[in-house]
Design a binder for this molecule. Structure first.
Ligand SMILES: N[C@@H](CCC[C@H](N)C(=O)O)C(=O)O
Length: 288
């Protein structure tokens, strides 16, 4: 029987990004892609955040992040705020460090009781780090377009790795494009050997950007925290915004700071508890 049978979980959201938090620190089990998909079929989520026993001194947990298609990601900003809220609520801590595939993440209580800040680390811009399938010396804009060659619909995205790959297309109206149609084409474009998260972003002014994202492995979501970080950094890199910006996403607001002194990206926003449940054993009956 699956180790997840009868195990409790918590359903949350990070400004509308649907998150399931599963604390497996007391169980020696690595969730399989089949199990991740089985969970998504019963408790629909964008990301499943699994807490495993800590591997390093001074960390609370090693976090595995699953998309609802069963693939794994190195980063999930909104999911991390949900994990942080759960852990702080249980222990009374006001700060903690977690390990993910992308490295160590320091997290702390934000400037108001319902706000949580995650240090998302240092963005990477090298073409091999994104990763891209071919060399681009300047990743502030890369040559990539969809639509007719002489009248492209979307073109010249900025690319950033924020623990996961992101492409940001700069547009005048984020609602004027069929992201559900173009998202999968761009996510799976051969230029992105590990696929990519695809964002449409509109710079309102030097302190404010609005955006929406088609997520790798999860589809259209109400919010993507790492995409908000990637977009803020890409805009500041183009000198079009300041290093602290307000990000408006379909599900809510995030504040992103690309810290001057060490280039770390700090993401601040809310995390919302929805309900707690327990997995029925039958859910995993046909799972390897
Ligand atoms: N929603 C997340 C990002 C989730 C991971 C992404 N789909 C990927 O595979 O890279 C966030 O808030 O950052």
């Amino acid at each position: 029987m699956s180790a997840l049978a009868n195990h409790s979980f918590v359903k949350m959201n990070g400004i509308g990004n649907e998150i399931v938090v599963l604390d497996l620190r007391d169980v020696k089990h690595v969730v399989t892609p089949d199990e991740a998909r089985a969970v998504a079929s019963r408790v629909p989520y964008d990301q499943l955040m699994v807490l495993q026993p800590p591997r390093l001194d001074g960390t609370e947990a090693f976090i595995r992040i699953y998309n609802n298609d069963g693939s794994e990601s190195g980063a999930c900003g909104n999911g991390m705020r949900c994990v942080v809220r759960q852990v702080f609520g249980k222990t009374g801590q006001a700060s903690a460090t977690f390990e993910t595939r992308a490295g160590l993440l320091n997290c702390w209580q934000g400037p108001a009781p319902d706000l949580y800040t995650v240090d998302m680390g240092v963005p990477k811009f090298g073409w091999r780090d994104i990763p891209l399938a071919e060399e681009f010396r300047d990743t502030r804009y890369i040559e990539l377009q969809i639509g007719p060659i002489d009248a492209p619909i979307l073109h010249s995205p900025s690319v950033v790795n924020m623990g996961n790959p992101h492409a940001v297309f700069w547009v005048g109206d984020i609602h004027a494009y069929d992201l559900e149609r173009f998202g999968p084409l761009l996510e799976n474009h051969p230029i992105f050997p590990e696929r990519a998260n695809i964002t449409l972003a509109h710079i309102i002014d030097r302190d404010h950007i609005e955006m929406r994202t088609w997520e790798r492995g999860a589809g259209l979501t109400k919010a993507c925290g790492s995409a908000a970080c990637a977009t803020a950094v890409a805009a500041a890199r183009l000198k079009r915004t300041n290093r602290i910006v307000q990000m408006t996403l379909p599900g809510g607001e995030l504040t992103i700071e690309w810290r001057e002194r060490d280039d770390h990206v700090l993401m601040t926003g809310t995390a919302t508890f929805e309900f707690e449940g327990r997995f029925e054993p039958s859910l995993f009956a046909s799972v390897a």
